[in-house]
Design a protein around this ligand. Structure first.
Ligand SMILES: C[S@@+](CC[C@H](N)C(=O)[O-])C[C@H]1O[C@@H](n2cnc3c(N)ncnc32)[C@H](O)[C@@H]1O
Length: 501
């Protein structure tokens, strides 16, 4: 990992370079006023570019398929504007500052993502985020839009009595959904730049914004790079006080930077999966399980419809609408090789023997993740409570097993991982845990706003003033607890604040 550059690039300049690399003839020079001085700067000749794309330009009031909301243009301006901020290293809070490559950034993630652009462009293998779900009780961080700030704050009535920009987004806000989309749009666009060509992002979300987030990500990543919507079973018991349905799941939206370059790793087979294999006939090839020997008739060829004669002479007729999975000659070869099971007495419906020794070493990931396999909300809370026995410091952590599943699917031993809504730093905890289990050397970058803990919370009473303080302390404590061979303290470098120059 290279040394982090302490300035942000002007993303408009970067965009100009990208267009110029495709259409060098469209690059031009123009005079512009920069800091009060007249300067010659690069620009794009739009008339020429329009000419290059003339057959497929969509302009003006023409109807088009797009996701739009009030604030989208502001979000694009915000995303591209350079910032005069830098990261200040915090050696006294770090463990092994000089040698570690893990980073904890305390500050607004929009600033942090801009600061990470140059050093980590195309270098991140996996991004996980768990943003506020916009439940009506969330705080979202209002960005400094290009329009006059006061005008914006007056219009949206979104500055608290202390002038803070971390404001409650309640349903009473006329731009309830728009403000959330504006907040997340610029961040996801910046995050995409950081992903490597074989990188992937997992985004936790629930029904409040799942539909709009999916549409937005289709736009940002291209719908051809949509991988899946995973359903995670987050709760194990029903909530009886609800008026309609008791919500038992969250979603994980999964997008690849380039789906043709990203394939998930196979998951390790579980003991429960292997336990389904037995050896009913002492086959020397080992344990096996019976699989259906028929398939849907509509998919079969003519040669898959026949009456099958078992070795004991019994005729097996196909059920309605089904065909055999093999043609008759292949089926008879399988029978000769003792790969078809007709039951202990030879009279049962035939089944194909699938040997454990012949199945893939791992298993493909399914789209429903059960809490038995990846944990539930209460497990996440218990894990944090175990690390902080003094009090319940964080209400909504994800379980470590959920993050470990994501790491197993999407990372290798040296991958760099980012979580820029890191909360109690479950992702960092899971990275350290996974590294200790498979001798990996994954690195993490966590970003967390120093969101103040409410004075009424247990966290505040236990001495934690911000969520970032909780996140950093969790990394120290979890790192200490995870036994690494040979045991060593966790390595965390913490440039912990983003400040204006
Ligand atoms: C749902 S929590 C994440 C919980 C986390 N996955 C865990 O397991 O602990 C979302 C976090 O994002 C933080 N956050 C919200 N807006 C942010 C911003 N603009 N920059 C950085 N962090 C932000 C909040 O303070 C909150 O802690």
């Amino acid at each position: 990992m290279e040394r982090l550059k302490m300035q942000t690039p002007n993303l408009v300049d970067e965009n100009i370079k990208k267009i110029a690399s495709l259409f060098p003839n469209c690059l031009t020079e123009t005079v512009s006023t920069v800091n009060g001085e007249q300067r010659t700067v690069n620009g794009i000749d739009f008339d020429l570019l329009r000419q290059e794309l003339s057959s497929s330009l969509v302009e003006g009031p023409r109807e088009r398929y797009t996701l739009n909301w009030p604030g989208k243009n502001e979000a694009i301006l915000t995303e591209n504007a350079p910032i005069a901020k830098t990261l200040r290293p915090c050696k006294e809070e770090s463990v092994d500052f000089e040698s570690t490559r893990n980073i904890y950034i305390e500050g607004d993630n929009l600033d942090a993502l801009k600061l990470l652009q140059e050093t980590y462009l195309n270098k991140i293998k996996m991004i996980y985020i768990d943003p506020p779900y916009n439940t009506g009780n969330d705080f979202i961080y209002e960005d400094d839009f290009a329009e006059e700030a006061e005008e914006f704050f007056q219009r949206s009535n979104q500055k608290d009595e202390h002038g803070n920009r971390l404001v409650a987004n309640t349903e009473a806000n006329g731009r309830f959904h728009s403000d959330w989309l504006t907040m997340i749009y610029s961040r996801i666009k910046l995050a995409r730049n950081l992903l490597s060509d074989d990188g992937v992002i997992f985004i936790s979300i629930d029904d409040n914004e799942q539909a709009s987030l999916k549409r937005m990500c289709d736009e940002v990543f291209g719908d051809q790079n949509f991988v899946s919507t995973v359903v995670w079973e987050k709760r194990y018991s029903p909530q009886n006080a609800v008026k309609w349905f008791s919500e038992a799941h969250d979603f994980l939206l999964v997008y690849a930077k380039n789906k043709l370059n990203w394939y998930p790793n196979l998951l390790e087979r579980t003991d429960a999966m292997n336990a389904r294999y037995r050896n009913l006939d002492n086959d020397p090839r080992g344990v096996w399980k019976p699989a259906d020997a028929t398939a849907q008739g509509g998919h079969g060829t003519k040669s898959q419809f026949y009456a099958l004669t078992a070795p004991n002479g019994k005729q097996h007729v196909l059920p309605n609408g089904r065909c055999w999975v093999y043609t008759e000659p292949v089926f008879q070869q399988m029978v000769a090789d003792n790969r078809i099971w007709f039951g202990a007495d030879g009279n049962n419906v035939p089944a194909v023997k699938r040997f454990l020794s012949e199945v893939k070493q791992g298993t493909a990931c399914q789209t429903i993740w059960k809490y038995d396999d990846v944990g539930h909300n209460q497990e996440g809370k218990k894990e944090v409570n175990n690390l902080f026995p003094e009090s319940a410091v964080f209400e909504t952590p994800k379980p470590v097993r959920l993050l470990k599943r994501i790491l197993q699917l999407s990372t290798e031993a040296n991958s760099i991982v980012i979580d820029f809504f890191s909360g109690s730093a479950t992702t960092a905890h899971a990275v350290m845990q996974q590294n200790s289990e498979d001798n990996g050397n994954r690195k993490f970058i966590m970003v967390q706003l120093p969101e103040p803990c409410d004075e009424k919370t247990e966290a505040f009473k236990a001495g934690y003033k911000t969520i970032a303080e909780i996140g950093k302390e969790r990394i120290r404590r979890a790192g200490q607890k995870i036994k690494e061979p040979p045991p060593s303290p966790p390595k965390i470098s913490t440039p912990v604040s983003v400040f204006s120059k």
